[in-house]
Design a protein. Structure first.
Length: 621
């Protein structure tokens, strides 16, 4: 081991010691899952419109965070490098702060925000989700023709459009939103502020679902067919929709473990006639409070926790760093993860195999493929000697294999949820949220697991189909697009590590093109950095600075592709070894929830992925 490797080994030991000290008694790790301001703003508004008492301290803490993250020009942004500000974010933050009653509209910061909102065209130019929330609280006009017949819930699976064709994420978010919108539900209180001066286009419904300008919309055509059915079927549809939500309420009271969906559910239940004092709503509010985290650069309401994801990644990284599977830290993590496996399914309307894992600690109904493969990596070594863990592992592998899409790839949550008609739903981000297609990052990560931990190669028919699909997704510059991480660096890392794991030669042209691209975009400081804007413009957009997680992805991809001894890898590792990196590098969000709307700063990422890159550097000869 040369001096550089000894330095890397010393860094690995230091990081592992630190991380072990952070492990919880149950075996998990609890890192902040820091999203945008949406959940914080929603919480302030909810507490005020429902007139919930004794929450002044919480409201003050949430407002403080909003004020801290406001830009100097008075705006709020979806990502830190969006210096000009985002209209929807600014409207939400501005509205929440006014609802708090803690600041006057004449406060200099709020006057700047109001000026920006007007300059950008007012409330009518905001995102669909923002307009929906504003309409619920009586600050924006519900569109006269926004109506999706609830008979939609009764359609047979053979229909061109079926409710289950939507992604699971879309189902639990859109359904409560549709209920409230259909019923034109509004709730407010006497002390609510007025945003009338920001309604710059009164009388113009710019979010009409069935606008006459969308005559060629196939989704609209299918919905119109349902409008003429008898009223009885519409009532039955509402009953089915209500039961659908109730069946997916987690034990803690959240809807499918998401804070965002829980907010929408509360308003939908109120629209259906539930009282705010009803047990189901009171429990939902408590569940939202339980998602508050004081270690998120202030008090922040996490949209979900990332406990399963973080714990599996860290356990796996420890083992890659040669911590044995019988080490107490690994044993505790293994026990925790095995107990979180979802081995039953009582909510879906179709049969499927069981055995996957979800993302958050309270997720018992919604497994996903990325978390499943991540947990399986963490369990593999223990499964070789422990029969109980092996059974869990084997069930999980069977589940993961069963979730391959017909095109050969893997999606996030379910299989074959790519009905193109649903992308015509005339709301923002329909293509990103309404369907759940195969993605290069998910497919690459699953391939990496199946190759390195199950011994499957391109000779296997399932792997061959997956490799073929993945190669078709490569960009002309050699990169791959990542849907759930920022963005082309993430996708390229996942694709390269997946392809090489199943036997694609490191000298193959696609691998060479990918590594050449990664080397080409390396920053002068030795690191890598990519802007969240890449996910919006669908083209690589560099950051002006590097981030540890993106640098680790690039370094790891180069190592797995046979470039361990390259200058690019050495410079990347030197960047990761630096202790005094600026705050912007560590706090920049490198995870994606919804492109252009919701980016995530995983507080675990700058710890786990550099550790993994260091470990793989020491592994490779």
């Amino acid at each position: 081991m040369d001096l550089f490797e000894m330095k890397i080994k010393k860094e690995v030991d230091k990081r592992i010691k630190e991380l072990i000290s952070m492990q919880q008694i149950e075996g998990n790790w609890d890192f902040c899952f820091e999203g945008g301001l949406l959940t914080d703003a929603y919480m302030i508004i909810l507490l005020r419109v429902l007139e919930i008492d004794n929450e002044e301290k919480l409201i003050q803490e949430l407002v403080n965070r909003l004020m801290v993250i406001q830009n100097k020009n008075g705006t709020w942004s979806v990502a830190p490098d969006e210096m000009s500000g985002d209209l929807s974010c600014t409207v939400l933050a501005y509205t929440a702060i006014l609802y708090s009653g803690l600041y006057s509209p004449n406060h200099p910061n709020l006057r700047k925000a109001k000026r920006f909102i007007k300059q950008q065209g007012g409330l009518s130019n905001t995102h669909f989700m923002t307009k929906w929330m504003l309409a619920v609280i009586g600050q924006y006009k519900w569109p006269a023709y926004f109506y999706i017949p609830m008979t939609f819930m009764l359609l047979p699976s053979s229909s061109p459009i079926h409710f289950n064709h939507f992604s699971s994420y879309a189902r639990v978010h859109l359904l409560p939103m549709i209920i409230a919108a259909n019923k034109k539900f509004t709730i407010n209180n006497r002390s609510a502020p007025s945003l009338n001066s920001l309604n710059l286009h009164r009388g113009i419904d710019e979010w009409e679902l069935f606008s006459t300008t969308r005559l060629d919309n196939p989704f609209k055509a299918e919905m119109i067919k349902l409008l003429n059915l008898p009223k009885y079927f519409h009532r039955l549809g509402y009953e089915r929709a209500e039961q659908y939500m109730i069946n997916r309420i987690e034990n803690d009271g959240t809807l499918f473990s998401y804070a965002s969906a829980t907010f929408y559910m509360i308003y939908a239940l109120l629209a259906l006639g539930y009282k705010k004092e009803s047990p189901i709503i009171k429990k939902a509010i408590v569940s939202l409070k339980n998602l508050l985290n004081k270690n998120c650069n202030g008090v922040h309401l996490e949209n979900s926790t990332s406990t399963i994801w973080d714990t599996s990644l860290l356990s796996y990284a420890f083992q890659e760093a040669q911590i044995p599977a019988n080490h107490p830290s690994i044993q505790k993590a293994t026990k925790y993860l095995v107990n979180k496996q979802q081995i039953s399914d009582t909510v879906h309307l179709f049969e499927r195999k069981y055995g996957g894992w979800g993302f958050s600690h309270n997720n018992t109904l919604n497994p996903d493929n990325d978390d499943t493969s991540a947990v399986l990596r963490a369990l593999t070594r223990t499964a070789q000697t422990d029969k109980a863990v092996y059974q869990s592992w084997f069930t999980g592998v069977s589940y993961l294999l069963s979730m391959q899409n017909v095109d050969g790839g893997w999606a996030a949550f379910e299989k074959n949820k790519a009905n193109p008609i649903l992308t015509f739903l005339p709301i923002d981000n329909a293509k990103d949220a309404a369907i759940d297609p195969s993605t290069p990052d998910l497919t690459g990560r699953v391939l990496e697991f199946l190759g390195n931990y199950c011994g499957l190669t391109i000779q296997h028919p399932l792997i061959k189909a997956s490799v073929y699909w993945l190669l078709q997704q490569q960009q002309t510059n050699g990169s791959w697009y990542g849907r759930w991480g920022v963005c082309y660096i993430y996708g390229t890392w996942a694709a390269v590590t997946g392809l090489t794991a199943v036997g694609i030669s490191k000298n193959a042209l696609p691998i060479k093109k990918a590594t050449n691209w990664l080397k080409h975009i390396q920053h002068s400081d030795g690191g890598w950095g990519e802007s969240c804007s890449s996910s919006q413009v669908r083209a690589y957009t560099p950051l002006s600075f590097s981030t540890p997680s993106q640098t680790a992805w690039a370094v790891d991809a180069l190592i797995q592709a046979g470039h361990k001894n390259s200058q690019e890898v050495r410079r990347g590792l030197l960047y990761l070894l630096r202790e005094n990196q600026d705050k912007a590098s560590f706090s920049y969000p490198t995870g994606i929830g919804l492109p252009g709307q919701f980016y995530i700063n995983y507080h675990s990422y700058n710890k786990v992925f550099p550790l993994l890159a260091f470990a793989h550097y020491l592994q490779k000869k």
